[in-house]
Design a protein around this ligand. Structure first.
Ligand SMILES: Cc1cc2nc3c(=O)[nH]c(=O)nc-3n(C[C@H](O)[C@H](O)[C@H](O)COP(=O)(O)OP(=O)(O)OC[C@H]3O[C@@H](n4cnc5c(N)ncnc54)[C@H](O)[C@@H]3O)c2cc1C
Length: 441
């Protein structure tokens, strides 16, 4: 079966949705996702989204991002992100996103590790849900956009390093469709699903990255993987690891060893805190360390962190009267499909935005709350770039590319997806051998 679109976007997280929202209304757009649209990491974001605190904050915000990234960041990308942070958060507010406010009505800002001042907009401890559900509501109202849930991208259709769309499978009927497009945007999130312990949705297995590896599209820093210092420790550790947001530490929570003594600076960047926790666990011979939230006024905990309070309660911990056990887990992918500041990859007509791409903004380690901002900004820039330079793809070449696909591969989609996971694991290992990611514990 064949379908034709102007633009296909793979992913319904903030990157995919914001791209759709910024494409022209006269373009026919398909947005697909592997499960229901709300099963994206964007919904899980707790802490918030960064916003520059006036011109005088520029150097400090820039320095914090570079320091966290071990100065391996692309300075132009960092500058671009910071420069547009007010524009992006203002746009969200105009769409209806509600951020926490001070009694005088001004925006309230919280802090997380690696930041030298409060500059993070938040909505309780479910900022991602607030932002993504708003973007989803707005996208669903667009007549030119069709959202396909339960639809898995199995491959791209390409010839001579030019992309003409994707091969997609309806998860229910297992029907394979060639979805042709003048432009294809990968917005397929991170790779946490290939790790045993991760804060990510299990379905996020880096398919876009694997497909790019397969087709010779450049991928950078594939071994640059962020381990978040604090996820709730449970005995089985089954399923997705529940994140205890860094803003808990930003608001004053402390990390304690087995003797309930502090052992690190809780506001260091993530890789530094993670390394300190692993070291302490080894020294103490424990599978976790303690996090004490009783240092934060109870009213503030109730107002700012209701989901964390609830989740800990479900696991049998009362954050108001006892410490909670925490352990590091895979959290974020700094590497990804190489993209420039317009989201363009090394393959013609193929864009990559959000966590699946690597435009260098995070360097070797992402600064807290820079991801939503980066995903929103660069997906918007990709949309504007597509709109500005739109040219129809050659239909004959597209059909020729589809004719030349190895269709046998799609007869066993599970096997294909498994091979993609293995390809990523192998590439990570090779990259780690060639140049270890020093941020990894
Ligand atoms: C628990 C948690 C808390 C976080 N907190 C924060 C925070 O406070 N601030 C911050 O800035 N960042 C935070 N992050 C990181 C941030 O949420 C993500 O980096 C960001 O939302 C990624 O957005 P995205 O649109 O690129 O991908 P996602 O939101 O993950 O969306 C990926 C989409 O791609 C689709 N997809 C994937 N593969 C396929 C395929 N083969 N076929 C079809 N569809 C596919 C999925 O179905 C999904 O719709 C957090 C992350 C987690 C996990």
């Amino acid at each position: 079966m064949k379908d034709f679109y102007d633009v296909i976007i793979v992913g319904t997280g903030v990157a995919g949705l914001n791209c759709a929202l910024h494409l022209p209304a006269d373009k026919k757009i398909a947005v697909i996702c592997k499960n229901t649209p709300d099963k994206s990491d964007s919904y899980l974001a707790q802490g918030g989204i960064c916003r520059l605190q006036g011109r005088e904050d520029f150097e400090s915000y820039f320095a914090d991002t570079m320091r966290a990234g071990h100065s391996e960041n692309n300075p132009a990308a960092v500058e671009c992100m910071i420069e547009h942070s007010e524009e992006i958060t203002d746009e969200l507010i105009s769409l209806g996103v509600e951020f926490a406010r001070n009694p005088d009505g001004s925006l309230a800002f919280t802090r997380e590790g690696g930041h030298s001042r409060n500059r993070i907009c938040f909505h309780e401890d479910c900022t991602g849900k607030e932002i993504t559900s708003t973007l989803m509501r707005k996208t669903s109202q667009l007549k030119n956009v069709r959202i396909f849930p339960e639809t898995t991208m199995l491959d791209v259709i390409s010839a001579d390093n030019e992309c003409f769309g994707i091969v997609a499978m309806d998860n229910g009927t297992r029907k394979i469709t060639y979805m042709f497009a003048d432009y294809t945007v990968m917005a397929c999130g991170g790779i946490g699903g290939i790790f045993t312990h991760s804060t990510n949705f299990r379905l996020l297995t880096g398919d876009g990255v694997a497909i790019c590896l397969k087709h010779g599209v450049a991928v950078d820093n594939i071994n640059y993987i962020q381990i978040h210092p604090t996820t709730l420790y449970t005995e089985s550790r089954a399923g997705r690891s529940f994140l205890i947001s860094e803003s808990v530490r930003g608001e004053g929570a402390v990390l304690l060893d087995k003797n309930f003594k502090r052992f690190c600076n809780e506001l260091d960047p993530r890789d530094v805190v993670t390394a300190a926790i692993y070291k302490q666990m080894k020294k103490d011979g424990t599978p976790f360390v303690w996090l004490d939230m009783r240092t934060i006024p109870a009213d503030e905990v109730r107002a700012h962190f209701p989901s964390i309070v609830e989740k800990c309660k479900e696991a049998g911990y009362d954050v108001f009267s006892e410490c909670i056990p925490v352990v590091p887990a895979q959290h974020y992918f700094m590497g990804g499909i190489r993209s420039d500041l317009q989201g363009r990859t090394t393959m013609k007509r193929l864009y990559a935005v959000g966590e699946t791409c690597c435009n260098g903004v995070h360097g070797a380690n992402r600064l807290a709350s820079n991801s939503l901002l980066e995903s929103l900004l660069f997906s918007k820039r990709a949309a504007l770039d597509i709109a500005e330079n739109f040219s129809p793809a050659d239909k004959k070449t597209a059909e020729y590319a589809a004719d030349n696909l190895d269709k046998k591969e799609y007869e066993q989609p599970e096997k294909l997806m498994e091979s993609y996971k293995e390809a990523i694991k192998k590439a990570i290992k090779e990259a780690e051998n060639a140049k270890p990611h020093f941020g990894r514990a």
